[in-house]
Design a protein around this ligand. Sequence first.
Ligand code: C2E
Ligand code: CA
Ligand code: CA
Length: 727
Amino acid sequence: MSNSISEITTSLLKLSLKDFSVKEYAHESAQYLLKSTEFVEGGVIAICLLKKGTRTLELITDIGLFEESDNIDEILNTSECAFMTSARRGETTILNCDGCPNKKCSWNTPKDIHVFPLKVQNSTFGILCLALSEDDSPSDKKLNDSKLLADTLAEIIFNTINHERHKLLTYFAHENPSPLIECAANGEILYTNPAVKKILWQQSIDISELLSVNHQDFLANSIVSQLPETVVSDSGESSFLWSYQYVPETDKVLIFGTDISSQKRIENQLAYDSMFDHLTGLPNRNHLLSQIRSELSVIKKRNDYTFALLLINLDRFKTIIESLGFTAGNSALKTVAKRLAKWNNNDNLVARLDGDEFAVIIEDMPNMSQIMDVANAIKIAISKDIIVKKHTIRLTESIGIAIGNTNSKSAEELLQNASAAVYRAKRQGTNHTEVYDKEMHLNALARLRVSNELNDAIDNGDLKVYYQPVFGLHDLRVRGFEALARWEHPVRGLIGPGSFISIAEDSGLIHKLGKHVIKSICAQLYKWQNDKLPLAWVSVNVSAHQFKLNHLVTDIINIITEEKADPYRLFVEITEGTAAESPERAFKMMVKLREHGIRIALDDFGTGYSSMSYLKRFPIDALKIDKSFVDGLPENQEDVAIVTSVITMAQALGMKVVAEGVEDERQAMFLRAQNCDEVQGFLYGKPMPAIKATALLRNGPFQGKKSDSKIPIGKIKLKPLTSDHNE
Ligand code: C2E
Ligand code: CA
Ligand code: CA
């Protein structure tokens, strides 16, 4: 053969124009050299490349060198061996196994092998191994030609490697569903993949709108730092996380985008949920508190700044839920929210706290009369009829106002103050507005102190039960007693329930107090029974708070059992208001009590809101006419009319009537004439300690009838709430 080296390199270059992979090209060129030239007389040719990262040699084509070896990797990467030496140092070496110091290696090649580095721009990336002649050492010319050949192959293989990598990159970029952009260092956009084009098309935006507004800065930073720089951008409904990566080899920046819209949506939803009320879409308590905090921070800068927090609590909302159900209740709440929002017209923050409580913040509002105007405007906005499930509801609300000024310590405290004001408004009935003041705070503190003391009093036995006798009006015998709580305070003397029941209700102590009272009563009933005293009943007052407890009946029954008392001797007094507040619940409780033989008296009758229809359906044994009606007897015609009609109605329904607060004979006479059954009042006896009540039972003057024993409960007919039937 007499192919000149230039002919050979030309042929090798031509080969490279075919679309070969690196491996294919190495193989094809080796075959060409062996078959078509006499360049490699020794018949051995192999090409190895240094693997990126590990810098170990990998055989990619081999003719005649390693054919019988099974530990090629080990041989190639033995540091003493010519292969590695050449690859590391970038020098040509000759492999001669005869003189090899590495005896461990069992491989042996009989021929001299020349190992040439494959390098580009002085960086070695592989080796070319050739047996240049059959036996003699090759001529200098051949050696030089071989180096030239190695350089040619190096260049072609290097380009093929790059081309292959680029092909891969292009493929990756093209097929990638995530956006990918290539920029020149000066910011010029060189390439955008189809995913980018799709987004631009879908959102009808151009690329500058897709990328972050700080795109140029991030591009520059990534080039300077040579580290990935990330930024989030929003476009339309979508959000993308962009990672800028500078590629020094190409002096270009690749920008990889990740669609984080769904994550963003979840984050936004979470953020929304934490700040907005689900039902009404109004800001929630968190939102309100953070708004109050920002108002308070304004005060820090401007100490003449004031704002108002209005807490709006719907009156008797529970009744709506109980009579019309939750769905109707929710729709009423939504209507209230809409009306507040419409009234507000985005001027103030309107929030919904829990249940039936809303709040409004009025910014920069120093004038109290203006604040009151706002409160009234809110009342007007809410008060229009609401129609749910074909029922017309008219809502009223109690409003508590707290003023944010330099004295305000925290958002929580301000909200608490507004709550205290709502509470006071509620205590005055419905549709009231109250402004929180210092006195209220002191009042709250005092109430807390009383509650603690009262707790101790119950434990110490200072909380006593007094008994006020109830007489049969016709025979003037003791029929029973109303049990009334008294606090025998070691310092302040005897304290009436008016001073502590509401405190006990607010602090929750009422449950403990109630149980204590019932326990004392039951113990007393057992004693009277044991002492064979005339049988009298005792009625116990149960407040609305106690009535809300599901286990009230169980508690009462357990105490009766423990104290071995007779349940037929016990009346439970609930006020008309308590029964009217949640009639369904009241009905169920009454039925349960009745099942155990306990009787029911409706207290303070005439002061509540109960319609006669409730009364007919409730399983009630006695009606107590409130003292306020008895007071006017017999002169006040209105009182006369009311008392007379109540007595006739009660008799028609088979209930007994007790008149409360009878203080003089003329009242008693009138009541007797109207056939009232029983009387209770200072005229006959004040509330007295148990020992005096016992003496009264024992000695008269009015002896209880022995025959007033158990009322057979089977005879008491329960009137179902759902039917309209009369007895
Ligand atoms: P109430 O159930 O209406 O009790 C009747 C109140 O009228 C009692 O007041 C009684 O002393 C008073 N009274 C009776 N006859 C006359 C009279 O002729 N003239 C005048 N001026 N007053 C009369 P008291 O004992 O101060 O009780 C007030 C309220 O405290 C009771 O009203 C009741 O609602 C509540 N209460 C009392 N003890 C308890 C209790 O153990 N538990 C609960 N939850 N509430 C209680
Ligand atoms: Ca009572
Ligand atoms: Ca009463």
